[in-house]
Design a protein around this ligand. Structure first.
Ligand code: GTP
Ligand code: MG
Length: 463
């Protein structure tokens, strides 16, 4: 990493804005203590602020002499702090005005307002954490399940970093052999154990592949299973959403084309976070501009969905729209939901289904609630599987890390091919160096600046 942390002092409100018990203003940088001294009058005289101690006192406006709030202030001396810089935290009462006012005084006293994620960026640039740990902080905050919390906290403790470092060490070791053999071509046998290298390379590829496979776990547990309810108009999609959530979330009417927007709700089924989306019903002939846009939105959500609940009204015959939908989602994980089983079936469904893509099928009634518990279980089972033997290592890379792992794997495969085919060793060495760079991007050693920016911009202010 070439980039260095700025050395000015930054400040931000570190707690959510709003009324609450406590609000925290966080300051980091060399001026932190001076700024605190300017604004804070401790209850009892303080000779010297000791590090990591809480002091009770008042915040004053040095301009007017007005007392603003009774607070608890902490000074944390570098480097044993979140950013490895001097850090001050002021715990005040929480309200928009009081927190803004204290922040304003801190800024007037010499700090600059922190960018989103800038405290964590400094922790990273100052070498306290690597990039995988920084990214896990966002996961921890965003996590929607206990398993997600576990994955994030393991990663904050360095599980992914350690894994990547172990892979990197092995790579460096074989690269060393190959480079020595390049430098001393007559003594290749002394330096290079070709068979051994091939074995290690294959093993590295296997390890990287299992890391890549673990990616979907992260998405599931931290963001939730994105589940899209789709179907033609009036089949009962919104009723189904309401029934699964057990609340009147979406408008239900007998008029076809009621839902126009995507209506999203989150619920937990057996501890698994599920993002359930009700969408506009699909129908071909509509002149309604709003409805057309709604149908476009449906199509977009369908593409990104982890799971589709394709709803049909079993009291009506199959329509061309039903068939089109099922064809469209042929390659997705989907569940066919035959709704309205409180009404008589219009056709012999067992027969009709034989000609359709083979999705698992469930019969329900959104009106009476019949079949809904089974449907909920199926949603989880289809995405997670039944055996919950989850990887105890708790390592699951995010999208960015997975991309870098795929790059690394590509280079390793080329290197492996080159070495088995007897191509000049320079080629293998070149590919291995590329693989090292890709792995380095994951922990932040070779990460381009624009990537860092996009990572830290996902943080909230004050983190
Ligand atoms: N008998 C019966 N009627 C149902 C059932 N589910 C929904 N309905 C009725 O079907 C009509 C349409 O229901 P909605 O939930 O609005 O259907 P939708 O698929 O969201 O419709 P659009 O938003 O217009 O695409 C309403 O009159 C519901 O009361 C069911 O299981 N049984
Ligand atoms: Mg609807």
């Amino acid at each position: 990493m070439e980039q260095k942390a700025d050395t000015d002092t930054i400040a931000a409100i570190a707690t959510p804005i709003g009324q609450g018990g406590i609000g925290i203003i966080r300051i980091s940088g060399p001026e932190s203590l001076e700024i605190l001294k300017r604004l804070f009058r401790p209850k009892r005289p303080v000779e010297q602020f000791k590090s990591h101690r809480l002091y009770l006192g008042h915040i004053f406006d040095p301009g007017t002499g007005m007392c603003l709030d009774e607070v608890l202030a902490t000074y944390m001396k570098a480097p044993r702090t979140y950013t490895k810089e001097d850090v001050v935290e002021v715990n005040s009462h929480s309200g928009y005005f009081i927190l803004s006012k204290i922040l304003e005084l801190v800024l007037e006293s010499g700090a600059r307002i922190a960018q989103p994620g800038e405290f964590t960026l400094r922790a990273y640039l100052n070498g306290r954490i690597d990039l995988t740990q920084a990214e896990a902080v966002v996961d921890l905050i965003n996590s929607r399940s206990e398993r997600g919390l576990y994955l994030a906290s393991e990663q904050i403790r360095g599980s992914l970093r350690d894994k990547i470092n172990a892979l990197t060490d092995q790579l460096i070791q074989i690269l060393g052999q190959i480079e020595a053999a390049i430098d001393f071509p007559d003594e290749e046998d002394t330096f290079l154990d070709r068979e051994g290298v091939v074995k290690i390379l294959s093993d590295l590829i296997t390890q990287i592949t299992s890391l890549i496979d673990a990616h979907s776990e992260k998405k599931t547990w931290i963001e939730g299973i994105s589940t899209v309810i789709a179907g033609r108009v009036n089949v009962g999609k919104s009723s189904l959403l309401n029934r699964i959530l057990d609340e009147q979330r979406a408008i239900v009417t007998a008029i076809p084309g009621t839902t126009r927007d995507v209506i999203e709700s989150i619920l937990s089924i057996e501890g698994v976070p599920v993002r359930l989306m009700d969408t506009a019903g699909i129908r071909q002939v509509t002149d309604d501009e709003v409805e057309k846009i709604g149908v476009q939105l449906t199509e977009e959500r369908l593409k990104e969905a982890d799971l589709v609940l394709a709803v049909l009204d079993q009291s009506l015959p199959l329509s061309p729209e039903d068939i089109q939908l099922l064809e469209k989602i042929r390659h997705k994980t989907a569940l066919l939901v035959l709704n309205k089983i409180d009404l008589a079936p219009a056709i012999d469904w067992n027969q009709a289904l034989k000609d359709l893509p083979p999705f698992p099928t469930l019969k329900v009634s959104a009106l009476t609630g019949e079949g809904i518990p089974t449907l909920k279980k199926e949603i989880v089972r289809l995405v997670i599987g039944t055996d919950k033997d989850l990887d105890p290592s708790g390592i699951a890379p995010n999208i960015r890390q997975t991309r870098a792992l795929k790059e690394a794997r590509k280079y390793l495969e080329s290197a492996l091919q080159a070495i088995t085919e007897g191509t000049p060793l320079e080629i293998s060495a070149f590919e291995l160096r590329n693989a090292l760079d890709s792995l380095g991007e994951i922990v932040g050693e070779t990460t381009p600046e624009h990537v860092l920016e996009s990572i830290f911009s996902r943080f909230c202010i004050g983190k």
